[in-house]
Design a protein around this ligand. Structure first.
Ligand SMILES: Nc1ncnc2c1ncn2[C@@H]1O[C@H](COP(=O)(O)OP(=O)(O)OP(=O)(O)O)[C@@H](O)[C@H]1O
Length: 224
């Protein structure tokens, strides 16, 4: 379970997040929406332990981010907005490289299976020749190497075709429902949010997203 209480983030004079509280349970896929600059990436980076909040508490499976950050990190997979893989390597070389950096050991077959599970079948192919969708899948596969319980995805489907988007959505759904992962992800695509997420947090004072998602019948709460 993820528990966030009274979170605040200030960048110098600017307060981006104020008194945000949220919870996530095992097996849930939660969307994070809001206009550009609302603070979605900031929230994901705080949850990923990349930045520290100026106020507030975060706990993952009862572990405090302040007291047990090393243990917490082992339980988190984070995919930033920008793709971060080795362009000059093959899919296989990328997977094996990042496996060596991971605290959890995986066999070559397990690494390959992770890719196959999300329909990334170009094991021997150079990353440079992959489509945007395949690169996104590889980035996602790398983030799963250490079998995290919380997966934080910053616009994982931006700029990719509908087929890859749908495959990623289906895969995320199976990760949550069959393996009990908690998944939080941001997107500006409301159809995708509606199709993939169980519920949504809308960041910011603007009620545009709240109204839109409520109309579509998706449970949504506002964070400011
Ligand atoms: N390191 C930083 N220093 C100062 N201000 C920052 C920093 N990072 C983000 N900000 C500001 O905080 C606000 C929230 O940014 P953030 O990237 O979290 O928004 P976002 O909702 O993810 O936006 P987008 O949809 O464009 O990705 C923005 O006004 C941004 O300029």
């Amino acid at each position: 379970m993820l528990e966030v209480e009274g979170l605040q983030k200030r960048y110098k004079q600017k307060t981006v997040l104020e008194n945000c509280s949220l919870q996530m349970k095992q097996g849930e896929i939660v969307g994070l929406v809001g206009e550009n600059g609302a603070g979605k990436s900031t929230m994901l980076q705080l949850l990923a332990t990349i930045m520290q909040p100026t106020k507030g508490e975060i706990r993952l499976d009862g572990l405090s981010y302040k007291e047990s950050v090393k243990e917490v990190r082992r339980k988190i997979g984070y995919v930033p907005q920008d793709i971060s893989i080795w362009e000059e390597f093959t899919v296989e070389q990328n997977m094996l490289f990042f496996e060596r950096l991971s605290w959890k050991k995986r066999t070559q077959e397990e690494c390959r299976q992770l890719c196959i599970d999300m329909q990334l079948t170009h094991w021997k192919e150079g990353v440079q020749s992959l489509s945007g969708g395949m690169k996104r899948k590889l980035n996602l596969a790398i983030s799963l190497l250490h079998d995290p319980i919380l997966l934080l995805l910053d616009e994982p489907t931006v700029g990719i075709d509908l087929k890859s988007k749908t495959e990623i959505g289906t895969y995320l759904h199976s990760l949550a429902k069959n393996k009990g992962k908690m998944i939080m992800y941001t997107s500006h695509d409301m159809d995708e949010i509606t199709n993939v997420c169980d519920r949504v947090y809308s960041i910011g004072k603007d009620s545009f997203y709240m109204d839109l998602l409520q109309e579509k019948g998706i449970p949504v709460e506002q964070l400011r």
